[in-house]
Write a protein that binds this ligand. Structure first.
Ligand code: ATP
Ligand code: MG
Length: 290
């Protein structure tokens, strides 16, 4: 946690305290204490509330500011992943706004330190499938998507939590821009997700995504036309092809071919995104004040 204090878009930890109230674990064995984090006050509410307020009050929300908010989250996650840390519960609700109008990723309740090897080997399946259901990536519902070999224990050992973060960040982009997600959950039970995944499925994903993006395949598909809820419409609403490509590749159902956070941060779109930090924090401060 100490390492995270160096990043301006991650909420710093002021102190770590031991609470000696005994806590019951899942196994019902009492442990002597639990850790408590002392955090600085971020009294501007969370990003999700800000997005809702902006919409209900019909405030102007420039596209550049939406992109910059996303870019800041990408920077925070790039920092985490470069230090072998994964968050595992990325969503606008877990981004707080401080008194300077700065956005701070927080809620490290499910975070893991992967260590030098970049993976964990001793997690029980119940400790893997954590996070917020609607932001969970498909491999959390079906571990075999992870592309690992057949034995169940190996599937879990090779789990790539960085890819899980990128997926949640891709959905966060859609929520920041359009206040909606294209499906309720990325599982075979969800018809909208199933339709999306079947469009995406290909042995040559790298070529396929271009076809999907360039030919507006989502929009032309039978699934899209039959989509009464217009869930896929959000993909059409992304005007820039560069942006659309990045978002769709962050939402690659196969974790091994999904964009990494480096791919996202080095994309033409984000490198060209204007860093008007002062403009954004002034706007956020005003909007958060209500
Ligand atoms: N440092 C802070 N400053 C101000 N408010 C905070 C701070 N930390 C947490 N909160 C408030 O508490 C809420 C929940 O915090 P957090 O996400 O860390 O905990 P949680 O147990 O995971 O809750 P949830 O399940 O709602 O995500 C935040 O959305 C925010 O409203
Ligand atoms: Mg939370």
């Amino acid at each position: 946690m100490q390492k995270c204090n160096a990043n301006s878009n991650i909420l710093s930890v002021l102190s770590l305290l031991k609470d000696h109230t005994p806590e019951e674990t899942e196994e019902q064995t009492a442990i002597p204490y639990r850790w408590c984090l002392v955090l600085p006050l971020a009294d501007g509410g969370c990003l999700k509330t800000l997005l809702g307020d902006v919409r209900s009050r019909k405030l102007a929300f420039p596209l550049d500011f939406k992109d910059l908010i996303f870019k800041k989250l990408v920077k925070a996650v790039t920092f985490l992943h470069s230090h072998n840390l994964v968050h595992r519960d990325i969503k606008p609700e877990n981004v707080l706004i401080d008194g300077n109008g700065e956005l701070k990723l927080t809620d490290f309740g499910y975070a893991l330190d992967l260590g030098e090897g970049g993976s964990v080997s001793d997690l029980a399946p119940a400790k893997i499938n954590l996070g917020t259901v609607s932001y969970k990536s498909p491999e959390l519902f079906n571990p075999r998507y992870s592309g690992a070999v057949a034995k169940d224990s190996d599937v879990f050992r090779k789990f790539d939590f960085r890819a899980v973060d990128v997926w949640a960040l891709g959905l966060s982009y859609l929520v920041i821009h359009f206040m909606m997600k294209p499906w309720d959950e990325a599982s075979a039970e969800d018809l909208y997700y199933k339709a999306y995944a079947s469009l995406y499925k290909s042995e040559e994903v790298a070529k396929q995504y271009k076809k999907l993006v360039m030919n507006n395949a989502f929009e032309k598909s039978a699934a899209f036309k039959a989509d009464k809820r217009k869930s896929f419409e959000i993909f059409c609403r992304i005007k820039s092809m560069d942006t659309k490509e990045v978002v769709i590749r962050m939402l690659d159902p196969i974790p091994s071919t999904r964009f990494t956070i480096k791919d996202v941060s080095r994309s033409k779109w984000l490198t060209q995104c204007v860093d008007d930090n002062k403009g954004l924090s002034d706007w956020v401060k005003k909007a958060a004040r209500g």
